[in-house]
Design a protein around this ligand. Sequence first.
Ligand SMILES: [Zn+2]
Length: 276
Amino acid sequence: MSLTANDSLLRLLIFLCVLVLMGSLEYVIPRKARQAHRPSRWFTNMALSVLGALSIRFLLPIVAVGAAVFAEQQAWGLFNVVRVPLWAELFGAILILDLLIYWQHVASHFVPLLWRFHKVHHADIDVDVTTAVRFHPGEIMLSMMYKIVCILLLGPELVAVIAFEILLNASALFNHSNIAITPRLDRYLRWLIVTPDMHRVHHSTVVPETNSNFGFSLSIWDRVFASYVAQPRKDHENMTTGLAEYQQVDTAGLLWCLSLPFRRADTRGDVKSDDT
Ligand SMILES: [Zn+2]
């Protein structure tokens, strides 16, 4: 079995374990009452995940891991020019990649073309572990292309890219999950990582809250770049999640999600919220 096949299998296995763990915890310690019909939401969110994976598998010549191998072979990128100890490279590469993903997420909200795709993710009426994989295949493709460019410029060790991909996936599943963590534990955790309560603020229909807490894994970037909002204006139980303009629409339809970026009048400026 090739290295890439091993890496894919490892990532899939960890993804499934974290998905089942968070999905189970949502039953045991739920945080917020659900609004939408769960089976249709879950079907669509998981179907989008599969379509996204198939898109990058069949439409892109390489993925992030392949880019790291290529950069090493060609001696491209910062870490192939500046030699540092492996531990420092691992730490530095994960930190820099997480920062680059933070800026990509900010751009997804403020560049109208990117927002057209990203709002498929935000249109989910409820936020739970499956929201973590609810991305339009077009956004998955754009994200992977951005990541490939970042890796070619950075030239990190293959192991750093694999570790980052696992961390990013596991973090997304964790911070989208609808689980109740004690306020004290939440306070400690969010000094380092993005917690479910912190990320739920980002899924609020209130625009200043939607445009906050862009971090995916580490919570530090939102504090450094002043995009951190600690709590929603309403409390977590009463806040509205999703997008204000799609509260009366069935956003769980697969075809609705796939066609959303291509409809008219779909810019960020059209969003209405209950704070205006
Ligand atoms: Zn977002």
